[in-house]
Design a protein around this ligand. Structure first.
Ligand code: ZN
Ligand code: FE
Length: 255
């Protein structure tokens, strides 16, 4: 059986830890800092780190890779189109890898960075800084069209897919979502829930795709409520969902 928990890093990063309870092997996703992973391994000496999965090249996702590689025999997987320290397996769209006995599909999701990838196994998605709970990553390297296509692809996965993203940004994302759709009751309910969770210091992840489709404005660019809000702000009609997405992302950048 696979158990998934979050190791906290820096101020708001999560390093996802996957544990195979049958074999006592484990994997981590995006270890931006080696210290939390090494502390966990030191506290659990009968566990072996066998795999390191990387979604994109930003330092807060790869900063711990080399130290973990030096300390363990873990295999490092990462996107082929980005420079990833100690990478052994370079992945492209539609590759399939086996990690802890599970098959993971590699999904190309350019936008936040140009080579960003996500890892999908039935019921679980590790999407780095592409899809966040109630939000999406900033466009550092890609175009709005690329990011919109990437998010649309992720949103087409089964609705019961758990979303394991790499940052605790849910509260600020929902405040923005509430500004975009003040009349959306699902956003209001989720915002109230997340305010409570964060006040208690509780993690707000994983999310799931069903909830994201109801509350994430970046997955709702085809909704009349979202489109009309942007038309009202811009004073002009945003025609296509990808144009709506571009205007929405630009607004969030200064929100
Ligand atoms: Zn990033
Ligand atoms: Fe990040």
């Amino acid at each position: 059986m696979i158990q998934i928990t979050a190791l906290c890093a820096f101020s708001d990063n999560y390093i996802w830890l996957l544990q195979d309870t049958d074999t006592r092997r484990c994997a981590v996703v995006d270890p931006g800092d080696a210290a939390p992973v090494q502390a966990w391994l030191a506290a659990h000496p009968d566990w072996v780190l066998s795999d390191i999965l990387i979604t994109h090249h930003h330092h807060d996702h790869v900063g711990g890779v080399q130290a973990l590689k030096n300390a363990t025999d873990a295999k490092v997987y990462g996107p082929a189109r980005e420079t990833i320290p100690a990478r052994e397996v370079a992945l492209v769209d539609n590759d399939r890898i086996n990690v802890l006995g599970l098959g993971f599909d590699v999904i190309d999701v350019p936008g936040h960075t140009s080579g960003h990838i996500a890892f999908y196994h039935q019921g679980m998605l590790f999407c780095g800084d592409t899809l966040f709970a109630a939000g999406c990553g900033r466009l550092f390297e890609g175009t709005p069209e690329q990011m919109h296509t990437s998010l649309t692809r992720l949103a087409s996965l089964p609705e019961d897919t758990q979303v394991y993203c790499a940052h605790e940004y849910t509260l600020s994302n929902l405040r923005f979502a509430a500004a975009v759709e003040p009349g959306n009751p699902d956003v209001a309910d989720r915002l109230a829930d997340v305010i409570q969770k964060r006040a208690a210091g509780t993690i707000t992840l994983p999310s799931n795709l069903a909830l994201e489709k109801l509350t994430n404005p970046f997955l709702r660019t085809g909704e009349t409520s979202v489109k009309e809000k942007l038309d009202e702000r811009a004073g002009a009609a945003n025609r296509s969902p990808s144009a709506v997405f571009a205007a929405l992302r630009a607004w969030k950048d200064t929100f």
